[in-house]
Design a protein around this ligand. Structure first.
Ligand code: AMP
Length: 289
């Protein structure tokens, strides 16, 4: 490894004690800390959060942890892509200071039994499809917030409902951290970037494009004056069905703060989709107004 590369390599922190030490040192130096929680298999969407943190903070801590408590037993925990070497290379290129890569035992020691009961915005949509998902997310995110003591944490709008859950948790529990939501990064053809896209065969990849087409179609209809949400929902479903996507978990138009489903768009709305393409579950969304 060339010396410059070696110098740019982020510090890999594997234990809570080592993370605490690093954070204490940085805070003593008066550094502003940014936190980017991820499950790894990094792509340009994740990196956009890292770049934002680099712009706004002195020190960026990226966490890579495939959190078992947010997966249901039938989900893809075991086969979730793990690409640590490549992830560290990408983070080195962005001069990330520290990467926290804890083991499951570090985060969930024996007899771990304290969980966050997530706010009510966790209940619809993803909450219907994945009942314990946000309990796991909120628990791990709260733990990471406590450990990293960052000033700001960066999340992607790609996981829109997750953003609402975390913002609500931060408000309800008075957590001393600012939350920044970054826009969805898409492939040139529109597909929202996701670590799970690598599961898709080339045929499925083409099919999956119907999800972003449906979302974009809804946005265009609303721009053209459509306010009837059932027409928007029908259009989104039919775009996906025509492409051969049959397992649509939801394709709906909702209020962007409460996620309650709307009949008609008044002042604000968001379109959200979750659908299966082959064995891969994908989500996407777009603020309509
Ligand atoms: P994950 O590794 O999937 O848990 O994602 C970690 C963070 O990256 C979350 O805040 C996601 O919302 C965000 N993220 C994932 N995909 C994208 C994307 N395409 N654009 C922007 N942010 C994203």
């Amino acid at each position: 490894m060339a010396l410059e590369e070696f110098q740019a390599a982020p510090r890999v922190i594997q234990t809570i004690d080592a993370l605490r030490l690093f954070v204490t040192q940085q805070r003593q130096l008066g550094k502003r800390l940014g936190l980017v929680p991820t499950m790894g298999a990094l792509h340009a969407g994740h990196l956009s959060l890292v770049k934002k943190s680099n712009e706004e903070c002195d020190v960026t801590i990226v966490t890579i942890f495939v959190n078992p408590t947010q997966f249901a037993p039938h989900e893809d925990l075991d086969k979730y892509p793990r690409t640590l070497t490549q992830d560290l290379k990408l983070l080195a290129e962005l001069h990330v200071s520290a990467v926290f890569v804890p083991s499951v035992e570090q985060i969930y020691p024996e007899d771990f039994s304290t969980f966050v009961d997530p706010p009510s915005v966790a209940l619809p949509m993803e909450g219907q499809s994945r009942p314990d998902h946000f309990r796991g997310v909120a628990t791990v995110v709260l733990k990471l917030f406590n450990l990293a003591q960052a000033d700001v944490a960066y999340f992607g709008q790609k996981d829109y409902q997750q953003c609402l859950v975390i913002q609500r948790m931060v408000k309800d529990l008075g957590l001393p951290i600012a939350i920044e939501i970054c826009p969805i990064v898409r492939e040139p053809d529109g597909l929202a970037m996701s670590s799970r896209n690598r599961y898709l065969s080339s045929e499925e990849r083409t099919q999956a494009l119907a999800i972003s087409r449906a979302i974009e179609g809804a946005r265009q209809m609303v721009d053209a004056g459509e306010v009837d949400c059932s027409r928007l929902q029908c259009m989104m479903r039919s775009v996906m069905e025509q492409a051969g996507i049959t397992r649509i978990e939801y394709a709906c138009v909702a209020h962007p703060e409460t996620l309650s489903q709307l009949d008609a768009i008044e002042d604000a709305a968001i379109a959200l989709i979750a659908a299966h393409v082959g064995k891969t579950r994908l989500i996407d969304n777009c603020v309509l107004k």
